[in-house]
Design a binder for this molecule. Structure first.
Ligand code: DGJ
Length: 726
């Protein structure tokens, strides 16, 4: 049983494949967290201690009394605001009396098979044949009547548990949710390193690791989307943890909007982690009987280091988050027009482009920005999703038919949540954009944001997009979002609902993406936000691949892809070979192969030798597709730590194949380079495809391979492919 309840001791035990999570209903109905970590066999319920229960100067609830328990020092499962727990709280509800004291106590629970969906929100799912069990714990505030359901789903085939929360107003009056975090986890010690993924446009998801210190620390987005600057991911790892050793807890919020991650280390030297919708930009009015659902968090525990934490995430996302046709079907290898031509596209040029790409073995042409309205630069036409007749005199359909007759699939670019001030849509509906009363909205890339929190606005933009998709054979959509949200307000929201805007906006985006997903299930969606500004698990639910970064420099990409891979699988990282000058085409391809591979250049400009090289790259893409998309990643030489070389390995889950890629960062490197393999079957034998030599897995792991002098030129790269032999 993945979830057990010991009635006598009132203890819940939740077991994933590799971890256990234990809670207890304590006196007064307080729900306490007793343990989260390596899987424990057996019940052991008697042996769990409640660790710090009280401290001098702490407060006691009248119904429990000043004994050995105080809410401020006990490991409270879901910390409430204003009722004796002074740590960063998980929930704060302003009631009809105007105060925000919230005090949740256990009411009832239920254990059910499977996993309920979260209404209107993307979430992970139980994959056919797998088993998952969900525990629903209902907590109630006795004064306001508000009920909170804490939901825990345990995936038995994975080391994964998901958590989410819903709030129900069982009172007669409206209440205001001022924070409803999706995750609250109390750790008995603060001796952890916190790892987050920070960055900016062109430099997304770089790994940052810091020791926890007393007080509050954390990251957030207030930019309207998850953003380039921080990712809704955090890991707490033991100070000695590396890729192979130590404890690692990883948490990833399935959400694309403003989020917050806060860790507070208190006077007891324990740490509380909360994660969820950013409370700074959120308040939700909940009328009597209404329910509010917070997004879910994916929780992973590994006691085999950070590398295993990542691999658990990767397998889980490939299996239980990414969905639709292209979850399993091979993705077409694409060429995107953007970096080759920018806005300067037309029918003739793109057809020429397509013919040339087809000869190389490319399978899909993606027509990026510039095909609609009067769009020749970034100052106009967002919102006018009508083909530009000067560029495509015959219209879209005949052009797409020609692309198909060349033998390529066809993809198109949209930026649905945006509006240019110079557009027909803006002329007709200036009120459709996100704006605050009496202020000119700020411009970002010369554009405003459409208020997709409003249904009529979503309908208006969907009508146009649907028209294009309905009337043309479109195989792929790139969905972009090129600025952050300012003037965050919907003019139609009543004053006491204004702080619902940020969340309503994201729900609007989900609604639009859902329309695409349900009406056009065969379309491959790639989401994008000026590169990787909205690279989060919620987007993965709709789009099996996400454009990782506008930085297509293979060397810059190394750290971006290393960072991204902390929780996101290779299958979803859009990665293209471009003309960015640093590095050779070979290195660019080797780096892009660790992702959802494609091209971003003008194929007509390649010489014969380069064309041969590209054909070879494409053959490799096909050869390694399954291995790379679904294999296990071992980050062996990290760009965040190494001066000379960066390396990663992908090993198939059955351990039959292994691909090692090494990129050289400097010219004059030490000559002695012995590479020890990770993740191989130590009792098996592997053949090096390059020279046919056979080695035992044990030898490759312990003695290693002498790769000295195999690549000594700056920004050069090499791959080694090993296959198991009988
Ligand atoms: C930003 C994207 O990241 C690029 O790939 C490209 O699609 C441009 N937008 C187009 O405006």
């Amino acid at each position: 049983m993945a979830i057990r309840f010991n009635r006598e001791n009132k203890v819940f035990i939740l077991d994933t494949k590799t971890s256990s999570y234990v809670m207890k209903i304590y006196d007064g109905g307080y729900l306490l967290n007793l343990y989260y970590g390596r899987k424990i066999e057996g019940d052991n319920v008697e042996d769990f201690d409640i660790r710090a229960k009280n401290a001098s100067f702490s407060l006691a609830a009248a119904d429990v009394g000043e004994g050995d328990f105080a809410p401020d020092s006990a490991p409270i499962e879901y910390g409430c605001d204003g009722a004796g727990d002074f740590r960063v709280s998980a929930i704060k509800i302003r009631n009809c009396n105007g105060d925000s004291v919230t005090d949740l106590r256990y009411l009832s629970h239920e254990i059910i098979d499977g996993k309920p969906e979260i209404k209107d929100m993307p979430s992970t799912y139980v994959n056919g044949g797998e088993k998952a069990t969900t525990l629903l714990i209902n907590m109630q505030d006795a004064v306001t009547g508000v009920q909170v359901t804490l939901k825990y789903t345990v995936f038995e085939n994975h080391g994964v548990m998901t958590k989410s929360v819903s709030v129900k107003n069982c009172s007669k009056n409206a209440v205001y949710i001022e924070r409803a975090m999706s995750l609250c986890n109390d750790f008995p010690k603060m001796d952890w390193d916190m790892i987050t993924l920070y960055g900016r446009h062109y430099y997304e998801r770089h790994i940052e690791r810091r020791r926890l210190a007393h007080g509050l620390q954390g990251i957030e987005s207030n930019k309207g989307i998850s953003s380039h600057c921080h990712n809704p991911f955090v890991a707490l790892v033991s100070p000695n943890a590396d890729e192979e050793h130590g404890e690692a807890y990883g948490f990833n919020l399935v959400y694309s909007g403003n989020f917050s991650v806060a860790v507070e280390c208190d006077y007891n030297d324990s740490a509380r982690l909360v994660m969820g919708i950013n409370p700074n930009t959120f308040t939700w009015k909940l009328e009597a009987n209404e329910v509010f659902d917070a997004p879910e968090v994916v929780c992973v525990y590994s006691n085999e280091g950070i590398g295993e934490m990542s691999r658990i995430f990767h397998r889980f996302y490939n299996n239980n988050l990414i969905n639709g046709k292209y979850k399993t079907e091979k993705r077409p290898i694409l060429i995107n027009s953007w970096e080759a031509t920018y806005f300067d596209i037309n029918e003739e040029k793109l057809l020429d482009f397509a013919r040339s790409a087809k000869e190389l073995g490319v399978e899909m042409l993606v027509m990026d920005d510039g095909w609609f309205g009067g769009r020749n630069d970034d100052t106009t036409s967002l919102g006018d999703w009508v083909v530009n007749k000067e560029k495509f005199p015959n219209g879209l359909s005949p052009f797409i038919e020609q692309v198909h007759s060349i033998g390529l699939k066809f993809g198109i670019w949209f930026e649905p949540e945006m509006i240019s001030p110079k557009s027909e849509l803006y002329k007709a509906h200036p009120d459709y954009c996100v704006r605050a009363e009496g202020r000119e909205p700020m411009l970002g890339r010369n554009q405003y944001v459409l208020d997709v929190s409003r249904k009529e606005v979503r309908d208006a933009v969907w009508l146009q997009i649907d028209e294009i998709l309905k009337n043309n054979k479109i195989d792929y959509v790139k969905w972009d979002f090129n600025r952050y949200v300012t003037d965050a307000n919907s003019v139609v929201l009543p004053i006491d609902r204004k702080k619902e805007f940020a969340h309503r906006f994201i729900l609007g985006t989900y609604d639009l993406m859902n329309r695409l997903k349900t009406n056009y299930p065969d379309i491959l969606l790639e989401s994008c936000s000026g590169g990787g500004g909205r690279f989060d698990p919620a987007m993965l639910y709709y789009s099996p691949q996400i454009w990782t970064s506008d930085n297509t420099d293979a060397i810059g990409r190394l750290s971006i892809q290393f960072g991204t891979s902390l929780c996101y699988p290779a299958s979803c990282m859009g990665a293209h070979v471009s003309d960015y000058p640093r590095a050779y085409y070979g290195t660019k391809a080797d780096v892009a192969l660790w992702g959802s591979f494609g091209y971003e250049l003008d194929p007509r400009k390649l010489n014969e030798e380069q064309r041969k090289e590209f054909k070879n790259q494409i053959a490799e893409y096909h050869k390694y597709y399954n291995l790379i998309h679904f294999g296990d990643l071992y980050r062996t030489l990290s760009p965040f730590e190494e001066k000379y070389k960066v390396a990663w390995q992908i090993v198939s889950q059955d351990k039959k194949e292994c691909l090692l890629t090494v990129v050289c960062l400097q010219e004059r490197i030490p000559e002695n380079f012995i590479y020890k393999f990770k993740g191989l079957d130590q009792n098996a034998y592997y053949k090096n495809e390059e020279d046919g030599k056979v080695y035992s897995g044990d030898f490759l792991a312990s003695v290693g391979l002498n790769l000295s002098n195999k690549i000594n030129y700056v920004y050069g790269s090499r791959k080694w492919y090993f296959i198991k032999v009988d």
